[in-house]
Design a protein around this ligand. Structure first.
Ligand code: ATP
Length: 328
């Protein structure tokens, strides 16, 4: 193993996601295991610019594997997008003798890591942490599995009230550019229709499907809609449109919002975070840089950061067909 890495800085950046704490814990403890230092950097890149650091040992991450959010806090930093901001960040990490970074976040955070590496030659490794699952090079990002479980839990509850009142519910879930949450949670929760950014269902087809659903004897229905669906109407406009075309329907809207980011991470996310943290530190110790650690199949893999940033994570189109068959 390379002797050049002596102290790793770890930070969480962008939107928080359940499992980030488990990943921080894993990075800290893997550093301790290999007898190297670890420094927690607070508030993402903004904390780097302000020198908001704390040395972390294995006991500093007790009792966080089960906690949502991130103990290091997260932030979006405009200043880090300027050369002056990044120079300040570099001066601070140099002073603290941090010689490499593990960045837990989304593709924006990875872009920041790449730029920083190209300017100051600091080795960087990314861990994908975002509930949207929209990162190329990994089948799962941290927080996605937990968010799915949160969403189906809520939809199950909405179904109770929907069926008691013969109502149609439009449930909006997160996913501005990617329909992974809507598609998988929609199937898992038995939605009649799923509207996602990757596929334009079309208004006519939505009306047809709802008509058919009524004729087939369903008394209530759930439609799951990703924030960024392609139909081009927001969820409230969609409600008005459906009610004016199908007056037999009493449509209610539920926007799940930030609750999808919260809560204790699922077992899957905790195990994934632990595996990715170990691999991130050991990849740095092997003398490598500019990779994202991820999971493909059941194997932990390395994807060049550049590909992870530029590549597009595709939805599984077979799931659209499964959803269609299930809603018969
Ligand atoms: P999420 O998926 O939750 O949005 P993200 O990591 O993509 O997470 P962003 O807000 O896009 O979140 O990026 C996080 C931070 O990364 C930004 O606030 C900024 O500090 C840094 N960053 C993003 N793009 C760049 C860039 N081109 N140059 C330097 N820093 C950047």
């Amino acid at each position: 193993m390379s002797k050049t890495i002596k102290k790793i800085g770890v930070l969480t950046s962008g939107g928080d996601a359940p499992g980030m704490n488990a990943a921080i814990r894993s990075v800290v403890r893997t550093c301790a295991y290999h007898n190297i230092g670890c420094v927690g950097i607070y508030r993402g890149y903004q904390g780097m610019i302000e020198g908001d650091f704390k040395e972390m040992g294995p006991r500093s991450v007790n009792n966080i594997v089960n906690k949502g959010g991130t103990i290091l806090k997260s932030a979006r930093s405009r200043e880090f997008m300027t050369p002056e901001g990044r120079k300040k960040a570099f001066d601070n990490i140099k002073k603290a003798e941090i010689d490499s970074l593990v960045v837990i976040g989304g593709d924006g955070s990875f872009t920041g890591a790449e730029v920083f590496n190209s300017e100051f030659d600091i080795p960087v490794i990314g861990i994908p942490g975002t509930i949207d699952n929209d990162i190329f090079g990994t089948s799962f990002t941290l927080g996605y599995d937990t968010a799915l479980n949160t969403v189906i839990d809520v939809i199950d509850k909405i179904r109770d009230t929907a069926s008691s009142h013969n109502r149609l519910f439009f449930v909006e879930v997160m996913g501005r550019d990617a329909g992974h949450i809507a598609l998988n949670a929609g199937i898992g929760a038995g939605a009649e229709e799923i509207l996602i950014p990757e596929s334009d269902l079309g208004l006519e087809r939505l009306l047809d499907s709802l008509k058919k659903s009524k004729l087939s004897g369903k008394s209530s229905s759930i439609v799951v809609i990703a924030e960024g669906d392609k139909i081009g109407k927001n969820v409230f406009e969609l409600k008005d449109y459906v009610e004016s075309n199908l007056p037999e329907y009493d449509v209610r809207v539920s926007v799940l919002g930030h609750m999808q980011r919260g809560g204790a991470p699922s077992c899957f996310d905790r195990v994934l975070a632990s595996r990715l943290g170990v691999r991130a530190v050991e990849t740095l110790l092997e003398g490598k840089s500019n990779f994202m650690v991820g999971i493909l199949g059941d194997k932990i893999t390395l994807t060049p950061l550049e590909q992870a940033i530029k590549g597009h994570s595709e939805i599984d189109r077979e799931l659209l067909r499964v959803s269609e068959i299930m809603s018969i």
